[in-house]
Write a protein that binds this ligand. Structure first.
Ligand SMILES: O=c1ccn([C@H]2C[C@H](O)[C@@H](CO)O2)c(=O)[nH]1
Ligand SMILES: [Zn+2]
Length: 227
């Protein structure tokens, strides 16, 4: 492998009258590309530097700071290891790690990402009660921090004989980040209840409000990076 091939998303082009570095980045099936020609940037080395900087910034912009290629790579490695998983068993296993000395109410969650990976969570209580965190959000934030952006379902189990309905805060962030996923609640007797998240939080608040009011422009366009 040549030195020139080690740059992710950047290809060297030397053909006819084209000499330069071709940068590509992907998001949701859309490709953004730009050529950094030696002539325009004053030489091969400078053009490459510019190309690398451009791509790093582009990747951050496209994916909220997450490098898509890195995520894809990690997913591929993990999915090779992934076996079919029993989400209820995963949630129950996670529940054992709950830190709930005040409520004595343990909750476990298993969130399935579109990649096939499963992220678990359990409630973690603080002595300052209001700072406690629910099992569902622990699972969601773990997944988001690993670069996951698509989800299909969440299973919630608890130490109670009753179903554990998600609190309002979890409904809000799950709907925002995971979309209208299936929510499967399992009670202590092993009975299941399945619902769509949207039904649990109708007319939810979301970021579209900002666009309409014009207060915050949400950066989704990548036109300026195309040539
Ligand atoms: O859906 C829920 C509801 C409650 N809890 C936790 C928060 C707190 O630690 C305890 C009692 O509310 O249960 C969850 O983790 N998920
Ligand atoms: Zn909650």
């Amino acid at each position: 492998m040549t030195q020139e091939k080690k740059y992710r998303g950047i290809t060297r082009i030397d053909s006819h009258d084209t000499h330069g570095w071709f940068v590509r980045a992907y998001k949701a099936g859309k490709t953004t590309s730009k050529l950094f020609s030696d002539a325009v940037y004053g030489g091969k080395e400078i053009a490459l530097k510019e190309a690398i900087t451009f791509r790093e910034e582009l990747v951050k912009k496209l994916n909220d700071g997450v490098d898509v290629d890195l995520v894809k790579q990690a997913k591929k490695v993990r999915s090779l290891r992934a076996k079919p998983v029993d989400l209820v068993a995963e949630a129950n296993e996670a529940m054992k790690m709950a830190i709930a000395p005040y409520s004595k109410f343990q909750v476990g969650a298993a969130l399935k990402a579109s990649s096939g990976n499963v992220y678990t969570g359990q409630n973690i209580e603080s002595a300052s009660f209001g700072l406690s965190m629910c099992a569902e959000r622990v699972a969601l934030f773990k997944a988001l921090s690993e670069g996951e952006r698509g989800f299909s379902e969440i299973v919630i189990t608890s130490s109670s004989d009753d179903f554990c309905p998600l609190c309002g805060a979890c409904r809000q962030v799950l709907l925002e980040f995971a979309g209208n996923i299936s929510v499967i609640m399992v009670n202590g007797k092993g009975e299941m209840k399945k619902q769509k998240l949207q039904k649990l939080l109708p007319e939810a608040f979301n970021a579209k409000v900002f666009e309409k009011s014009g207060t915050t422009k949400i950066a989704t366009k990548t036109d300026e990076s195309e040539h």
